[in-house]
Design a protein around this ligand. Sequence first.
Ligand code: ATP
Ligand code: MG
Ligand code: MG
Length: 588
Amino acid sequence: PAKPVSIFTEGWLRRIYDEKPVQPVRSRFPPEPNGYLHIGHCKAIAVNFGFAKHHKGVCFLRYDDTNPEKEEEKYFTSILDIIKWLGFEPHQVTYSSDNFERLYELAEELIRKDKAYVCHCSREEVNRQRGGPDNRGARYACEHRTRPVEESLAEFRAMRDGKYKPGEAYLRMKQSLTDPNEGNPQMWDLPAYRVVEKNHHHRTGDRWKIYPTYDFTHCLCDAFEEISHSLCTTEFQQSRISYDWLLEQLGMKVPKSEEKGPMQREYGRLNVGGTILSKRRILMLVEGAKVEKKNPDGTVEEKIIPPAVRGWDDPRLYTLVALRRRGIPAKALLNFVEELGVTDALTEIQPFRLESSIRKFLERTVPRQMLVLDPVKVVIEDFAAEDDVEITVPYDPKGAIPGERKVKLGKEVYIDRSDFREVDDPEYRRLAPNKVVGLYNVPFPIRATTFSKDESGKVTEIRATKAAWTTEKTKTHIQWVDAATAVPVTARQYNSLFKSESPNTLDWKTGGYADDLNPESEVIHKDAVIERGIKDLIKEHSLDISSSSDNLIRFQALRTAYFCVDTDSTEDNIVLNQIVSLREDKAK
Ligand code: ATP
Ligand code: MG
Ligand code: MG
């Protein structure tokens, strides 16, 4: 049989390999540990780990921890956990900070080669040297650029030893700032080292007061780890030239050749519309926000906005921990990334694309169950002793998913309130007085006879009898749950977090986004019931959502939606999360 086609066997990623067809392939995924990963990172993980796996090579997880002001322990743990959940195992977990000594030595070497200098200019002055705010003006060097090597070396050591405060000194690479023909701003003497105020680092402690920049660190760490293919997103396209430049200065790469050293190539980001991916904004949703609003009369009002979600893993977010908690299978996410393909173009999708892909995946992988969100009791008056049975029902009527369950039938069953009407209508196909409807898997349909209501007018009970089909055409079946054995559950259904389709364009500065929050983003059904078969599904699985193995309990609730069992579940209260609806809902 022909080898299956994948994003690695043809297209952009194939060409990247052919540009440098080495064995073994060595790649890396280099997140900054300053936040939770989001759906876009799933593409980066699939590309980097997947590329190595396809070519039987190795992929490193490298925490790019060069910014001590923004990093936190909890992010490290979560990143590794999510990579494992997605089904990948890093060849080795490394930290940019492990290389701080070596990077420092190389910075001194660069100075000795007269390819770097310590500069004391202000940020504004540096911007002017780089052609002003639009980068269009004439560029020029400052006096520090030509200072003697020995002087830069001494000043760099003084930076290291704490003589300077942030902003008072930088190590700058001596690139092509003064070459009028060099149009790429990434070559205009980028900073290589900076003095950091809050400099306590979670791994190196108080050892360093200066920290290397991304532009200095990334290519060198790639070289240390002997990365063959350094794949990143297209924002870094302009940086490729400085990436190569630094490696060449230090003899780690040969100009215009990929013989030696790592090769950087850039693929297009994956962006999901209709939601928020920015770390700072998600933080506002998670923790709430304090914003300042200027009134027309000039006074300033402080406004406290409460949290909009329960945490970074709230199922309404698009962080990977949230998508996992919502019940989206890791494999379905990877399939989705594959379906979209990889090129150097940006991929912008709306959530419905993701959902329809998830739905397709679940359709052929999860068992069916009967869940009633808003139950109303039906008493089958002529229910006889011989009707009291346990029906054996396959998990999947089409037989694609193995297994079966026992469904209990009794005299009293619950159906969904929305499947009953007090007044019939010829167009109506479900239960109403004197109308016949089928109950899934039950040998006879039922006919409603009477019903009772409470003072508020709410239907409390429907009475029915066993019936026969009156016409062949209108055999509608509805889901139901045996009242005597029903398992009470709390079912949570999700809609988009914002009313607007482009929440990124909302007012995040003075808190206007809070007015656009969708009050229906989470709908909780506290009195829902499910067939007792759920208990067997739970027995077969672990409830540990934090486990990196992807074995959540997921099912299709007939005529309702796909659900999974949430970790909020306790011994006597099962909590369900809606993964996706059964059909695309245009009204949302
Ligand atoms: P963000 O700013 O969205 O939080 P980031 O680029 O700061 O993302 P990093 O932790 O630096 O996040 O990302 C690690 C890797 O993931 C990088 O190689 C980056 O290019 C890649 N990546 C980040 N966002 C996306 C995305 N939306 N699509 C594809 N790859 C992404
Ligand atoms: Mg980054
Ligand atoms: Mg970022």
